[in-house]
Structure formats: C-alpha cells, structure tokens
Design a protein around this ligand. Structure first.
Ligand SMILES: [Zn+2]
Length: 232
C-alpha cells in the first residue's frame, strides 16, 4: 500500500505517507532481485484465488496522486511491473481536500489526461469512491452512490472495466462489503495489515503499509517474514 511517491521536508504533517522516489526505486529493485514480480490487482487476482502460484507482490497506490505518474511509473516500467492506482472519481485533477483540515500539505491528483497516460503505459486504475468519504458515516443510499457510481464514472471516462475497489480510510462493514459485491467489484482492499493468502475474502484484502520510514531492512521483513501478519 503506497500513497504519494515524493520527498517531503522534515516536519511535514503525515510525512510518512510520502515514499521518496529513491526509496521506492530501491524497494522495486529488491523485489526484482528476490525474484518477485510487482503486479496490479487484476494480475494478482488469480494468485489470490489459487489459480496461479508464484512469487508476486500486489502494488497499489491510493488516491491518484500526480507523483504516481511522474515518480513511480518510470520505475515500474523499468522493472516490467504493473500496479493499480485507486482513483477518486469526482476528484480527478483535484487535490487531497480530505487531508487539508489536518494540515497535511496539498498534493495534486492526476488529471484525466494523466490517468490516461497511466493506463496507456499498461497500468491499472481502480475505484476509491467518488468523493473519498467515510462509507460507514453516510446514508446508505449515498454509500451505494459512492461505490457504484464511481465505477460507472471511471468506466465511462476511460473506457476500461473497473474491477477493483479500495475503502477510503479502510472504513467498511458488512453492509458496505455487500454493496461493493453487488456493484460488481472483484476485489476490495482495506488498511488491515497482513500478507494475503487464498483463504482471504477478496472484498476485505489486507495490505502491507509502506511509508517514508520503510527502509530496506524493514521492507524485506515486511515482504519475507511474518512481521505484518503479527500486526493483523
Ligand atoms: Zn485514500
């Protein structure tokens, strides 16, 4: 689970959400050296269901930051990896407005043309709702709209099928899971920590948070050991 790929000065609020390009590059190189392939959620899905076996790591980027295109994409291409970026469908070309009242700095999102470049480069987009809302804190009819219509928005705008969803803030419950299933998503990711296995519910997938502080040794622990499962 990545968010922003950028270097931020010390003292930046929630600096941890920004992984500097150099650190991201080293992480991808480590995966490659270890024989892993970084893959999008669509490429990962057959491994999650047991149809395929092999050394793969799902790569996801939340929110749709412009620096995913400028910073992460060249590195992903260099290693022949794919990834899924979860886009907020009514905030394309906007900023992270949901963070601003927490003093988190403004960070621009990809615009329509940039998301198209991301897709054209062989990468995938998924949905992260229409407005980056807490799904359990709004009326159920709004929850349905956020989940279903974001899929339709993105499918219409980019003429691709949107099969993968990510709960903003990792906020979900049984009713939200049902709505997500009903909307036709194949997978949905949470902020629950852990390494996925074939017994996981595809609509409540755990992830491994990678932050500013994830240096090489910690990255290796997270990928290769039970470090994350102990934090489930
Ligand atoms: Zn988010």
């Amino acid at each position: 689970m990545y968010h922003s790929i950028a270097s931020m000065p010390k003292g930046t609020v929630m600096r941890s959400l920004h992984v500097p390009e150099k650190r991201f590059s080293l992480q991808m190189r480590l995966l490659k050296i270890l024989g892993y392939r970084g893959v999008s959620m669509s490429d990962l899905q057959p491994y999650l269901t047991g149809k395929k076996t092999g050394k793969v790591v799902g790569l996801t980027f939340d929110d749709g930051y412009k620096n995913n295109l400028t910073g992460a994409l060249p590195i992903l291409k260099k290693y022949g990896f794919s990834a899924t970026c979860y886009v907020v469908s009514q905030n394309i070309g906007g900023i992270n407005h949901w963070d601003i009242d927490k003093d988190i700095p403004e960070n621009p999102m990809m615009d329509k043309n940039e998301i198209q470049q991301w897709i054209d480069a062989g990468m995938e987009i998924g949905s992260h709702t229409q407005n980056h809302v807490f799904l359990s804190k709004i009326d159920q009819k709004d929850t349905i709209t956020e989940i279903k219509h974001s899929k339709h928005d993105l499918e219409k705008m980019f003429e691709v099928s949107i099969e993968h969803f990510c709960y903003p803030y990792g906020d979900y419950n049984d009713s939200i899971i049902s709505i997500t299933k009903e909307a036709g998503y194949q997978t949905a990711t949470t902020v629950n920590r852990g390494i996925s296995n074939i017994n996981d519910n595809l609509l409540t997938l755990p992830r491994i948070p990678i932050t500013h502080h994830t240096l090489a040794h910690l990255f290796l622990l997270k990928i290769l050991s039970k470090y994350e499962d102990k934090r489930r």
